[in-house]
Design a protein around this ligand. Structure first.
Ligand code: AMP
Length: 133
């Protein structure tokens, strides 16, 4: 599927490129959570994590780690969030899979998601049974 990220890879839309190899491309997010917020994408157009072949996903996460390391070194980030929205209901807006690498700072004002509690111990065990493998 053609998305805005396909056009960025092809150079049809400008971007602030951070990294490129034959399979992976990384560039600054246009609306950063904090300056330096970077998106790591596969050059091949896969919609979400479920479609990305594992070998490509492995490369993406290694590049994400290198970018996170640089964000700590040169932007003095105190911490890094690495995340991926998969599906509209998980907040995905661009349907070309991407990993967000976000520099975080002490007192930057952002919080993580608020946790819930399980309704009961039975509910937790039921879910554990469904998920475990
Ligand atoms: P998501 O909600 O996970 O799909 O995130 C999509 C991200 O793409 C958002 O953080 C946007 O700010 C970012 N984005 C959209 N268009 C561009 C663009 N032209 N250049 C850079 N980042 C973009």
């Amino acid at each position: 599927m053609e998305t805005i990220f396909t056009k960025i890879i092809k150079g049809e839309i400008p971007c602030a490129k951070i990294y490129e190899d034959n399979q992976i491309f990384a560039f600054l997010d246009i609306n950063p959570i904090n300056p330096g917020h970077t998106l790591v994408i596969p050059k091949e157009s896969y919609e979400n994590i479920f479609e990305i072949p594992n070998e490509v996903l492995e490369k993406m996460i290694v590049i994400a780690k290198q970018i996170a390391t640089k964000q700590k070194e040169v932007l003095n980030a105190d911490g890094i969030n690495i995340g991926m929205n998969n599906g509209k209901d998980a907040g995905q807006e661009v349907f070309h899979a991407h990993i967000h690498v976000i520099p975080r700072y002490k007192d930057d004002g952002y919080k993580l998601w608020h946790g819930k509690v399980y309704e009961s111990e039975e509910q937790k065990i039921e879910i554990q049974e469904k998920l475990k493998f």
